[in-house]
Design a protein around this ligand. Sequence first.
Ligand code: SF4
Ligand code: SF4
Length: 412
Amino acid sequence: MIGNELEKILKEEDKIRTRMKSFFLVLQRLKDEMSDEQREMVEKLKEKRKEAIENVEELLKRAEENFISSGCQVFHAKNGKEALNYIFSEIEDEEMVVKAKSNVLREIKLDEKAREKGIEVIPTDVGDRIVEILNEDLTHPTGPAAHLSAEHIASRLSEVFNTKIPPTPEAIANFIRDDTMKYIMKAKVGISGANAFASEGIISLVHSEGNISLVTRIPEKHIAVLGIDRIVRSAEDTVTFAKVQSLYALGKPITAYVDLISGPSKTGDIEKKIVKGMYGPREMHVIFLDNGRKKLMKRFPELARCIGCGACVLVCPAANVAASLFGHSGHRSARGIAYSYFIEGLESAISRGLFLCTTCHSCSEICPMGIELPKIMKEIRREAVSNNLRIDAHERVVKLILEEGSPYPKKS
Ligand code: SF4
Ligand code: SF4
């Protein structure tokens, strides 16, 4: 099945070229911006992530207590279904909600499942909104529309909205902002993930557009879904996390916004009585999502250190070409395949491109957390093969060896 889809994608040469060009620009910035202090910061974060994963149970317990004492409601979801059920019970009768860009929300298929219930989920990130409106696949965790040229986007948006949008990044961004703001101002519920969260009961959200501040401030209710592997010890660690993430995701020392949120909006200014929902949300719900992460942390603890920067996607030859076919819907590239193994099982990992990895090691060379993705790919492959789960190409080679004594077809 993946073979047919791959053939189709290989014919989309323009998209492959645009994607590679965008990825290359970020890689150039990353190369230009790194200083000795930044390298030291990356090493420190690596140690902190290792320590947090080793003590995850203790830190999660502390985080829960702290979120509750700041007025949040905390829910533990074993899987995506439990997280979605909780979210839908909190959305109640609303027909539209807004969301921040989040790999975890993609992982649990929030948009798709909400649509089945008649709820419209409006993405507020520009790239996310474009791929949603144009019904395209996203190409990179921080640059979902990096494979689409301004000309292509403007012409398709003009068709969808029956208007004339000039083919420039400025005109497209202005159009998307005006359209999306209408939804943000109306929504009663805003849903986000979190780049990281601290055991002190704080979530951090890193963004450039300013949309996440609006999604988490304007609606009356904020629901944050936290992958439990994104835990760190302190608020300071979430800031280091944000700096390293933006360095490796965008090639910039820091994004325009780093929001730290620890609870709903409140005031105690009148007779010292607490009134919730002053200028921000009245309610904040925090969902701790496992969805295979406890198993992942046990088997591949180094993979749990991942900060989701996406640098491994930029350098990956398989991701550059196969794009969305290589990885999980929420997590691109080899790390996405490893996630799909824990979330959905071995067969899913195969269908998401386990055998497309060339084991070239480009990803492990660039990874700030020193994660050996090819090693992990090989380990999961060994398990697949010992369970007789092979792809068509393997079957053809096995047949040739058995019938002709060689993996290579005879020259005719
Ligand atoms: S595996 Fe490494 S490079 Fe890839 S997203 Fe995670 S931290 Fe970034
Ligand atoms: S080793 Fe695999 S996942 Fe890593 S860059 Fe090479 S092809 Fe991509």
